[in-house]
Design a protein around this ligand. Structure first.
Ligand code: FEC
Length: 286
């Protein structure tokens, strides 16, 4: 399962309505979102959904099991994936989200959609989180191992109220960052959030834009961003990091690089396959 992205520019209003779950949308926020997608050149087709499809197809080859894509906020929907799996004769379904950290607001939402669609028609093995999976940690550690820059690990922010609810999201993110830095033998690192939405309530911080300013004030001049809460190139990477954070770094006189995202890298697909095999209690693929 993946977040999903509008297929064409004209889909953005319906997509945003889905993300908002029926709550009102300020026209200025919609205009701003359309503008961000326009600048990513998704006029007639969206390369971001194509990455999810490439990852699905590679995982299917690696597992030698049928793999179906279900999107949280676009098509094919999670319910479409369930229908297709049942039509194909599945009696057990593994639910894997292409996001490693559990929050009730994020993975919990995928799970609710999957449970509702499945309605008990097959056994469900749902993977709640894979933030400390050794293969994933090793994969990211290799992405930062050779850098001499200060590494900033990032993930999507969420409303700060999740902390009062005992949500494990922030702790899991910091755990991934710590494990990756330890494995790569990097002491010079920090963590910040990105992609906060204008919902009118406080979100988890620090936000990466403020964090870059603070790092600059501390004398840091070279930064490598390592997003740990996302696994592919999408709006939040291509816009929030490659455009907005890059602009801020330029203003500050900071060098800012970013790791290549896992996408459908065969080694990353092998990591996903192992996670699925473990959920099924089957031997790892050769
Ligand atoms: O490439 C794309 O087209 C989609 C990129 C995309 C990803 C993504 C991942 C996460 N989100 C999470 C939480 C929230 C919460 C809200 C929210 C809003 C948006 C909007 C867009 C958007 N998100 Fe997203 N998110 C992506 C895109 N997200 C677009 C709406 C406009 C905006 O605010 O910029 C607030 C909803 C509300 O208004 O009530 C909360 C979390 C993740 C990481 C986990 C995952 O991937 O599922 C958490 C990718």
């Amino acid at each position: 399962m993946a977040y999903g992205s509008p297929e064409r520019l004209e889909d953005v209003p319906a997509y945003y309505a889905d993300v908002r779950g029926g709550r009102p949308i300020a026209p200025a926020h919609l205009e701003d979102l359309v503008d961000r997608y326009r600048r990513l050149e998704i006029e007639d087709s969206n390369p971001l959904n194509a990455i999810t499809e490439a990852t699905r197809a590679a995982l299917e080859r690696e597992l030698v099991l049928p793999v179906f894509t279900g999107m949280k906020h676009w098509t094919p929907r999670i319910s479409d994936a369930v229908d297709r799996a049942l039509e194909a004769g599945a009696d057990t379904i593994v639910g894997l989200v292409l996001a490693p950290h559990y929050s009730r607001l994020s993975i919990g939402g995928y799970r609710r959609l999957l449970d509702d669609a499945l309605a008990g028609r097959a056994r469900l093995e749902f993977i709640e989180s894979w933030h400390d999976d050794p293969g994933f940690v090793g994969f990211l550690a290799d992405r930062i191992r050779d850098t001499t820059a200060h590494v900033v690990f990032t993930a999507h922010s969420l409303p700060a109220r999740i902390l009062d609810e005992g949500d494990p999201y922030r702790d899991q993110l910091l755990e991934t960052a710590r494990l990756v830095a330890t494995e790569a033998k990097k002491d010079d690192w920090s963590f910040s959030f990105q992609s906060e939405s204008p919902t009118g309530e406080p979100w988890l911080g620090p936000d990466i834009l403020d964090h870059l300013t603070e790092l600059h004030a501390r004398g840091v001049r070279d930064v490598l961003v390592c997003p740990v809460g996302f696994v592919s190139d999408h709006l939040e990477i291509r816009w929030d990091i490659d455009t907005e954070a890059q602009d801020r770094a330029r203003e500050l006189g900071l060098r800012l690089g970013r790791i290549e995202m896992p996408n459908d890298d065969p080694r990353f697909v092998a990591v996903l396959a192992e996670i699925v095999q473990r959920a099924l209690a089957l031997p790892s693929p050769a």
